[in-house]
Design a binder for this molecule. Sequence first.
Ligand code: GDP
Ligand code: MG
Length: 167
Amino acid sequence: RCGFVAIVGRPNVGKSTLLNHILGQKLSITSRKPQTTRHQVLGIKTLGPVQAVYVDTPGMHEEEPRALNRYMNKAATSALIDVDVVIFVVDQLYWTTADELVLEKLSKLKCPVILAVNKVDKIEKRETLLPHLDMLSKKRDFAEIIPLSALKENNLEPLEEAVGRFL
Ligand code: GDP
Ligand code: MG
C-alpha cells in the first residue's frame, strides 16, 4: 500500500520538526505516483507493508492583501488535491483564529484528517490536556486525535500507525 500524506497547519506549530523526526535518515525523494509533480514531496517512509509519501505544505496564513500570502495559501490548498490522508498539526493547548482558518480550508476534504496535538512536552498541568482534546474533538469529525511531541519523539508511532491504516 502507498499513499500521499499532507502535513498542514498554521506557521510554527512544528510541521517541519514532525516531518524530520518521522523521516529520520530514511529519506527518499523518488516516487512513481503521478501526483509527485504537483506536490513538494519531502520523503517516503516505509513501515512494514505501508509506504507513506509525506508532502509538505507551505504554512497557511491569514488572508491578507499581500501577493506572497495569497500565493502561499493557493499553494497550500492545491497541495491538498489528491492526498489520501491529512495530518493537521496544532500547538498543544493553543487554538487560534489561524487554526480555525486552516480547519475551514480542510472543510471540503473527503479524506481522513488526523489531528496531531504537538508540543505536549510543554504542558505543565497534565490535567488540562484531556478537556482541551475534548474541545478539539468537537471541531470536526477527526479520524484520530493524537497528542505528541515531535521534538521529543513522543507518541510518533501511533501517528504513523494511524496514517498506515488509512492508506
Ligand atoms: P512549522 O512552521 O510548523 O514547520 O514549525 P517548526 O517545525 O519550524 O517548529 C517551530 C518551533 O517549534 C521550533 O522552534 C521547534 O523546535 C519547536 N517545536 C516543534 N515541535 C516541538 C515539540 O514537540 N516540542 C517543543 N517543545 N517544541 C517544538
Ligand atoms: Mg516548516
